[in-house]
Design a protein around this ligand. Structure first.
Ligand code: HEC
Length: 146
């Protein structure tokens, strides 16, 4: 009997401790959930903050149009035929390229082109329609079949 009550006693202590631990776990989970919500809001804000309208202005102000055309359509002469309208690049890769280009393009450092202007430029380019395939443009088709 003595042993059993001792067992019950230690069992009760264990349950108490477990309850205590669970309370902490619950608090920590609640904190983690709050942090996740806060981070989500912060990211959402950054994404919402990017404006295609501001991006169009920044695209002109920083002279991207001179080589890439006003719609990012590019030209063989000035962008090596590269189209940056509706770029498939993810933002981080886009940003890395503009900050540190590999070819003929001049670099645009953060001192002259802010991250937020660059995010707006990206939003502007993403809002441009995809170029039509040449086969869907009747005039070009007529030319190529004659
Ligand atoms: C003096 C001409 C010039 C200017 C100005 C210029 N670019 Fe470029 N850009 C190029 C050329 C040429 C390429 C093709 C690769 C290379 O030679 O760097 C290119 C490539 C790029 C690419 C890579 C596309 C890909 O899919 O790999 C991006 C993105 C880009 N430009 C964005 C911009 C933005 C944004 C601006 C304005 C802030 C800008 N460029 C201004 C000439 C220019």
């Amino acid at each position: 009997m003595v042993q059993q009550s001792g067992y019950r006693f230690s069992q009760k202590i264990m349950l108490d401790q477990l309850g205590h631990v669970m309370k902490h776990v619950r608090v920590k989970l609640a904190l983690a959930a709050l942090c996740a919500v806060a981070a989500g809001l912060a990211l959402g804000d950054a994404a919402l903050a990017a404006s295609a309208d501001n991006g169009k202005t920044a695209f002109v102000k920083h002279g991207c149009w001179q080589c890439h055309g006003f719609e990012g359509q590019g030209s063989v002469a000035t962008s090596g035929g590269m189209v940056i309208a509706d770029t498939p690049l993810p933002f981080e890769a886009f940003k890395a390229y503009v900050r540190n280009p590999a070819g003929a393009m001049p670099p645009f450092h953060a001192e002259i082109l802010s991250d937020s202007d660059l995010a707006d430029i990206y939003a502007y380019l993403e809002s441009r329609p995809k170029p039509q395939p040449a086969k869907d443009i009747p005039l070009l088709n007529n030319l190529s079949t004659k």
